[in-house]
Design a protein around this ligand. Sequence first.
Ligand code: DC
Length: 228
Amino acid sequence: MKKIIIAIDGYSSSGKSTMARDLARRIGYVYVDSGAMYRAVTLYALRNGMTSAGNVDKEVLVRALPDISVSFMAAGEDGVQHTLLNGEDVEKEIRSMEVSGMVSPVAVIPEVRHHLVALQRKFGEERGIVMDGRDIGTTVFPDAEMKVFVDATPEVRAERRVKELLEKGEEVDYDSVLKNIRERDYIDTHREESPLTKASDAVVLDNDNMTIPQQMDWLLDLYRERVK
Ligand code: DC
């Protein structure tokens, strides 16, 4: 069967990473979480004193980019992928509120985007890949055979995120998570360099009222149609 590229874009906490990962597992494709790559660069900036009062020292971070490598490895019994920053497993740290609060300003820096987009395209050279993010169908793989744009209301997304963080043992409250989601939506859709927008040939998946198995059926139907 021919191998294709599947691009899944959408707002933060819309559940796209879970669905992209599950889809990849079901069809035997490689899964790449591009948001994790922006989070890893953000963690690097935080750890190396390149941020203060919600701002990033752009020049210093851009100069450090050649020293920042992001990769993935399968880890844990369920084979869930972990993100590596210069070889170190940083999967837990990159999901913290501290990183979430700083990632959008890092992701607007054009040089950061170019650095990561180049890496993302390398991952897709062999096709047979599911990648999720904000600009996968528009910028990273405009020729992807299957493009999905995931939509859900900020309130539903905040509820899901709170649940996820509490399960990981992080102290959070709903209002600050909702505020963070709204801020990220605004920055993601208004930045100059490859803003979050639906590709003209993407299919919208509104998952406010869908269960995870329903979403999987929807995705598998679309996938079968595209590989025909
Ligand atoms: O999907 P996520 O919430 O883990 O993504 C983290 C941040 O990275 C998000 O605020 C926007 C940014 N991002 C991006 O700009 N482009 C991508 N392809 C993926 C994520």
